[in-house]
Design a protein around this ligand. Structure first.
Ligand code: UDP
Length: 450
């Protein structure tokens, strides 16, 4: 059979078709990726995958920002200043290096002085001799983004910076770094702390004692040795809304000996009021630290609340994780009014110093307010759903989500029917109350730490 001749134009179309047909496109993409991967592998051979990624991302950003860098060079030259303004920082193995200012810090990453994620680049003078010794053992390069910075912005930097750095260095992975970089986005949105930090900040009319976790734990220990009992109240955005419509609850919060800012909503409220909330001091983060602090002191804890079996499991958790901490007793939170005197008597006879009541707000706080004297304890606090977390009934949000200030999102995901109103309507209503009450804010309540 005679074949029809193929015109040059048709041949070209055929070639293009083969090249850009589905298979062709994927083959080309694959070959391009292999090419990139070869380069990455070569670079990785020089300093590991993390170094290779740092190098590639820094180079890409420098190329993308080259017009800006060129303008900067012209401006600096006109001012008679050098392009690279340098500050001495402690680097890898604590070796000093010159950190460039502004976007030029990308050249530090390119050169390998710094990484995108790592411990903060500190001035050598900032380090104590012990910290310097510790840093000499760190192979990690200082980072543009660091874990402690993220925790500080999310108000959960409970441990000191060197501890946070050590945690990062010991558990460092490329995937982990990627997670930290992502968490930096909400951290940037929360912003730096505002300049004014007051010891008592009034939020929607509730005087909040603006203390850190360490301050609160010290207060508890001191109080366990005190003759007069004290009530601790954790106040989150939902509590603020409840107090807005429940005068009895508001009065309890106003009379609480230590009233603490719980959650990211309070941090945002503080920002709106131009008063920095020092830390997110919530019961769930305080609990393990409280057990550790009371360990060996002989001051016992009584666990009251939640469903039958939960408090017992929390007691087991304490025995396992803090064997030196005394659990004076426990019982569930489902009892009738006629059983109440027996419950109170049980607590009093247990000799506990610290009482944790998990009935949910506002009931738990009102209950403590009414019965604190009868229980014989020195410190009592309402802890909401804490027993559900530590008994393992409800898993807590992973640390990375808490660091991103998204614990509430996780609670919503777990119980959407119960939580949607609290978070999606409640948080907006709360911030609206904060804005409205801004004018009446009185920060005069003593103005001193409790
Ligand atoms: N609860 C209780 N007795 C009751 C009602 C509730 O002990 O009569 C417990 C409930 O089992 C849960 C806790 O109170 O463990 C409330 O948790 P929630 O998360 O609602 O408290 P929040 O942290 O929101 O104040």
């Amino acid at each position: 059979m005679k074949q029809t001749p193929v015109s040059p134009r048709e041949a070209l179309t055929d070639e293009l078709y083969t090249r850009y047909s589905r298979g062709g496109i994927w083959r080309r993409r694959l070959s391009r990726s292999l090419h990139t991967m070869t380069w990455l592998a070569l670079l990785a051979g020089l300093g590991g995958v993390k170094r290779a990624l740092d190098f590639c991302v820094a180079l890409t950003l420098i190329l993308a920002l080259s017009p800006v860098i060129a303008c900067l060079a012209v401006v600096r030259a006109a001012q008679g200043k050098p392009l690279f303004e340098k500050t001495v920082r402690a680097g890898r193995w604590c070796e000093p290096f010159d950190q460039y200012s502004g976007i030029l810090v990308l050249f530090n990453v390119l050169k390998g002085d710094m990484s995108f994620v790592g411990p903060r680049a500190v001035a050598p003078g900032e380090l104590t001799p012990r910290e310097r010794e510790a840093r000499k053992r760190y192979s990690a390069r200082p980072g543009l983004i660091c874990l402690w910075w993220i925790r500080k912005r999310a108000n959960i930097a409970y441990s000191a910076e060197p501890q946070s750095d050590a945690e990062y260095v010991e558990s460092q992975t490329v995937r982990g770094d990627f997670g930290i970089a992502l968490r930096a986005i909400p951290a940037l949105l929360y912003g730096e702390g505002v300049a004014v930090t007051e010891d008592v900040v009034t939020i929607v009319g509730i005087p909040i004692h603006n203390v850190t976790m360490t301050d609160a734990l010290e207060w508890i220990v001191a109080r366990t040795r005190n003759a007069t009992p004290g009530q601790i109240c954790f106040v989150n955005a939902d509590c603020g809304n409840i107090a807005w419509r429940d005068p009895e609850y508001r009065a309890v919060l106003e009379s609480g000996e230590l009233v603490l800012a719980d959650g990211i909503g309070m941090k945002l409220a503080g920002k709106l009021l131009a008063s920095q909330i020092r830390q997110n001091v919530n019961g769930t983060d305080m609990f393990p630290r409280l057990c550790e602090t009371l360990s060996g002191t002989g001051a016992g804890i009584y666990l009251l609340g939640a469903r039958p079996g939960a408090a017992e499991k929390v007691a087991e958790w304490i025995h396992e994780h803090h064997p030196g901490t005394v659990v004076s007793g426990y019982r569930d939170g489902y009892f009738s009014p006629s059983e109440e005197p027996a419950v109170i008597q049980q607590i009093a006879q247990s000799g506990a110093s610290v009482l944790l009541v998990a009935f949910g707000a506002p009931r738990q706080d009102k209950w403590i307010h009414s019965h604190l004297g009868e229980t014989g304890v020195k410190v009592a606090m309402g802890v909401g759903g804490l027993f559900d977390f530590y008994s393992g009934r409800i898993p807590r949000a992973p640390l990375w989500l808490r660091e991103a200030g998204g614990e509430w999102l996780y609670r919503f995901y777990q119980e959407p029917r119960r939580m949607w109103r609290r978070y999606f309507v409640g948080n907006v209503v709360f911030l609206w109350h904060v804005v409205r009450s801004r004018k009446q804010v009185s920060r005069a309540r003593g103005g001193s730490k409790p």
